[in-house]
Every structure is written in structure tokens, then in C-alpha cells.
Design a protein around this ligand. Structure first.
Ligand code: GLY
Length: 350
């Protein structure tokens, strides 16, 4: 899989113009969602490169990450005369970059695409690393392919329109990157003042965070081994996210990941000797900013069921990524049902 170019933008106009010019194309399409069209498209719409672009807009929440939306994008590309030599620019959050990446990867067996992620979550995670796809049959990201964008352009200009919940949602993935990387990266994330946001400093932390993900993806683009490090917090996190959705009280992905990190760091202490002091510091930070998942013991069986159906599992066992220390990654770890319930107890009471 060719390596994608990650551009930490200092000059959005110059960087977008440059990336589009470098990717030769006959026609240009821009995919966005209704909210991004209103809040972010005005920041780039006057750029000369977009003068002849054809716009495609889809609905703006994860419920729109469907086969129907995908089909509407394929139809718009077809009607707009797209060829295998056309270029799709995905402007938006993870829903747009995932769905748009999949639409581009499959249209006429694949055309090039560029991601311009506009949320913190998509900047530090979804837009980087070539995972594309849609939700299907009630399961998230069930259908998709690995195929990297030609370029990913990251600009902190877009982050200014985000509310605090969406900043926190992305920040959870940054915490995960710190935990799988090194003590210093984790310490600066735990020190960062989320009450008084310094966007320049946030931009620096984003760039460092993406660098951590980029190195892992480069080593293992299709998640056969070390890329599983990026699943830290996600086995428990996805279960919490799915259960919240089922109860009609959805939570943002990053909130579920933050709580999933608490659970899986606890498992790391029990099974891999992760230092208790690092667990304490991380739990304190997460509880302060993300609150509690408000669990009830009656929900444990359902959460366990969700974990059993996680697509990261192999065979019948539930697969976790755990840590022996900050940066000491232990992939393919299994836990018994009792250990998992103990983890949920910690998450509930901890
Ligand atoms: N979101 C985790 C990964 O890209 O592998």
C-alpha cells in the first residue's frame, strides 16, 4: 500500500492547492456533510483549485454512514462524469473520510482521494491510515477496505468551530497514542489545559499524535500485528458505545474510548504489571474530563456479549491490546469472563 503524505498545514490555501495539483486528475469532486458545508467549507471554498469542483453533500451524523449514502455518492460521481483518473476530496469528520475513502476506493475499481479532516477525532485517527468503510447490518465499519488517501491535510483552523465534547472525543485517541508511545508524550497530554485551549499547542500535540499512528501504520498497514496497538481501549470502548446506542443514549466515540482505556489499563495492571501510579493518573484525568460511564452490574452480560462479537476477535476468545508499561505494547491478550467483570467493577467504582 503506498504511503500517504501527511501535511501539517501552516498555510491551508497553499497546502490544499499544492496537494491537489500534485495529484493529477481530470475532474475534481468534493464530498462533505451538511454541517461541514456550513461551518468549514467557507474556509476553503474560495481557493482557486475548487473553482470547477463538483460538490457532493451527505447527511451529517454517523447514522448516514450507510449503503444508501454510499450509493448516493457513487451516483453523484457517475452523473458528474468521474473516471478512474478523477480525484475526490473528503472534507469532514470521520464519517465523511471513511465513507468517501470507501466510495473513491471502489468507484471504477479505485480513484485517488485526499482527506481534509475537520474534527479532532478524524485528524488524529480516522483520516490517517487507510481504513475506509461504512456501517452495515447494525455493526460499525462492517464493510470497507484498507486503502490510503494520497494526502491528508491537517489544519487546526477547523478545530476552532468544535464544541468541547468533540474536542474531548478526539483527545481520547491522543491519550491512547501517548499511552502506547512513551512517558513524555503521555505526561504532556495529561498536563495540557483543556479548559483554556491553546490551539497552537493543540496543533503541536496533534502533529505528534499523528506521527505515532503513522509510524505504526507504516509498519503494519493491514493490522496483522503491531497496528493492533491502536485498539487499546477499544474492546471495552466499542462495547460501551454499542450499548449506549442500543439504549438510545449514544455517546461520542472518544468518550467510550476514554472509559475503555480505564478498563483496559486496569486489566493491564492485573495481567501485565502495568504501573498502578500511571493507572491512577490516567483514571483521574479521564474522570475529571469525561465523567463516569454510569454502569450498572445488570449491564455486564450485555457488555460481555458485545465484546464477544467484536470484529477484532479471533476464534471464540475476546482480544485485548494491553500494556506492560507506557509504550510496552502487548497485543493479542485474552481475559476470562471473571476478569472482564472485575474490569467492569473497576470502571463502575474505580
Ligand atoms: N483506529 C485504529 C486504526 O486506524 O487502526
Amino acid at each position: 500500500m503506498p504511503k500517504q503524505e501527511i501535511i501539517i498545514s501552516k498555510d491551508l490555501k497553499q497546502d490544499v492547492e499544492g496537494a491537489i495539483a500534485r495529484c493529477q486528475h481530470d475532474r475534481l469532486f468534493v464530498l462533505t456533510d451538511s454541517t461541514t458545508l456550513r461551518l468549514c467549507w467557507p474556509l476553503v471554498s474560495a481557493f482557486p483549485c475548487f473553482k470547477s469542483a463538483q460538490m457532493i453533500t451527505i447527511g451529517d451524523t454517523d447514522e448516514n454512514k450507510t449503503l444508501d449514502s454510499l450509493s448516493s455518492v457513487w451516483t453523484a460521481l457517475q452523473k458528474g462524469g468521474a473516471t478512474r483518473h478523477s480525484l475526490l476530496v473528503n472534507l469532514g469528520g470521520g464519517m465523511v473520510t471513511d465513507l468517501g475513502g470507501f466510495a473513491a476506493s471502489t468507484f471504477k475499481r479505485g480513484m485517488a482521494y485526499i482527506n481534509i479532516p475537520t474534527t479532532l477525532l478524524s485528524q488524529v485517527d480516522a483520516s490517517v491510515g487507510g481504513k475506509t468503510g461504512i456501517n452495515f447490518g447494525g455493526l460499525k465499519n462492517e464493510i470497507g477496505v484498507f486503502n490510503q488517501a494520497t494526502s491528508v491535510i491537517l489544519s487546526s483552523e477547523f478545530l476552532r468551530s468544535l464544541d468541547m465534547k468533540n474536542i474531548l472525543s478526539g483527545y481520547a485517541e491522543m491519550l491512547k497514542h501517548g499511552l502506547i508511545s512513551d512517558e513524555q508524550s503521555l505526561a504532556e497530554l495529561l498536563r495540557f489545559d483543556l479548559e483554556e485551549l491553546d490551539f497552537a499547542e493543540l496543533g503541536r500535540l496533534v502533529s505528534k499524535s499523528v506521527g505515532i499512528k503513522e509510524r505504526i501504520v507504516e509498519e503494519d498497514p493491514t493490522e496483522k500485528g503491531i497496528r493492533k496497538a491502536l485498539n487499546l481501549g477499544h474492546t471495552a470502548g466499542h462495547a460501551l458505545e454499542s450499548m449506549a446506542l442500543e439504549k438510545g443514549r449514544p455517546v461520542l466515540h472518544g468518550y467510550a474510548v476514554a472509559w475503555g482505556l480505564i478498563g483496559e489499563l486496569y486489566l493491564s495492571v492485573v495481567k501485565c504489571d502495568f504501573p498502578k501510579e500511571r493507572l491512577r493518573q490516567t483514571v483521574q484525568f479521564i474522570k475529571l474530563h469525561y465523567g463516569d460511564p454510569l454502569l450498572d452490574c445488570k449491564q455486564y452480560e450485555r457488555l460481555y456479549e458485545f465484546m464477544k462479537h467484536d470484529k477484532k476477535n479471533e476464534g471464540d476468545s475476546i482480544n485485548f491490546t494491553l500494556l506492560g508499561n507506557v509504550g510496552d505494547i502487548r497485543i493479542n491478550q485474552q481475559a476470562t469472563k471473571d476478569e472482564i467483570f472485575e474490569m467492569l467493577d473497576f470502571l463502575r467504582e474505580g
